[in-house]
Ligand binder design. Sequence first.
Ligand SMILES: O=C(O)C(=O)Cc1ccccc1
Length: 306
Amino acid sequence: MPSIAYFGPQGTFSEQAALAAGRPDHTLVPEATVPEALDAVRHGRADLACVPVENSVEGAVSATMDALAVDEPLVAVAEVVLPVRFSLLARPGTTLAGIRSVASHPHALAQVQGWLAKHVSQAAQLAATSTAAAAVGVLDGNCDAAITAPVAAEHYALAVLETGIADVDDAVTRFLVLQRPGELPTPTGSDRTSIVAVAAYQRTGVLAEMLTELALRGINLSRIESRPMKGRLGEYRFYLDFDGHVAEQRVADALAALHRRCHEVRFLGSYPKADGTPTLAGTDNADADYAAATDWVTTVREGRTG
Ligand SMILES: O=C(O)C(=O)Cc1ccccc1
């Protein structure tokens, strides 16, 4: 039976995202960390991995960004965007005033700082590997309370002290569903392409050159992040998300240009956008425009036109 590895244990937002990915034939396999979920796919222990990549409050999930840039390449075949509201779980009998420590994933803690300051300001905050791992920590007696996904209450014998916690009402987290490189998803007209590019070190204007390659082809950049290369200061990987599918000529053309200009370009997938909004593309950049222009150049080369 095919399987989806997700950032676990059971009861994480990543599990919710894996369930929302619409693969009812896949069994769900929890992994303790994002790199382990990705490695499960790399090593053939799972067919897909579902991991968080960014949220609207805290930004990029750096563990995911870093793990996608190295080792065997994986490509995204889908994205899932989930609204994120948290629950506070504790051992039965615990009161808010009695909480001395509260644990969660750092991205979850960052999204409830206001609520914690108001309701449990006395509690020390502890980082856990995931929201559900924090719930396990409460069961094990390592901390008094956990900030979790609402669904965690169904998996762990803990009391729900509060639900619907969110400093930002409309906060969302975006997850990627990844597989080993293979057949690409069919273009839908509402697609996103993700890449990681490493530019030449200390070349003046290189980032502007990269972005110009996209802009000239009417490609809409939806996200840009940088992460350090770890070895020396000033050397970065750039993560670009933009509208369009590599099957479209303007996107293929832009990728080829980036490949010429950069030390390294890693393709992270072309996949349907979760919100279904049509691909934004400037004028004169449709496949038919590229085909007509290529035909014309051919006639010039063959001496059939002036
Ligand atoms: O720990 C989890 O539940 C995750 O899936 C990561 C996460 C943490 C905080 C908000 C959204 C996702």
